[in-house]
Structure formats: structure tokens, C-alpha cells
Design a protein. Sequence first.
Length: 73
Amino acid sequence: MVMVRTLNARIDELSRRCWRGTYFDFERFAELIVQDCVSQIALIGISNFENKDIAWTVETAIDIIKSRFGVEE
């Protein structure tokens, strides 16, 4: 149950950044979610930079996610 509250809080935080007056920018919202996921994966890579296998896997996962969703940082 705690995980759901954390998830909802993060989604709420990201969604607040997508309001443009009375218009909600759904594309920006999707980009922010993907960027947030990529950032979390990158943190794994940073904390395991000495392990070449993990570093390669992290870089590959980030590239695949960004390519699949067409999001650039």
C-alpha cells in the first residue's frame, strides 16, 4: 500500500508540471514519466559503474526505453 501512495505522489508531482493554463500537456507528461524511469535506471548504473556487465545493461536499457518512446533528454 505504501508503494501506491509513493507512486501516486510522484505522478501528481509530474502532472502538476504539465498544466499550461487550462490545458494539460499529455505528451509532456509521458515524456516526464519516461525520463524519470530512465533516471532511476541510470542511478543503478552510477552505483555499479565498476561492473562492466551492469553498466552495459543499464546503458542498453536506457537506449531501448528512450528509442521505444521517442524521448530525448
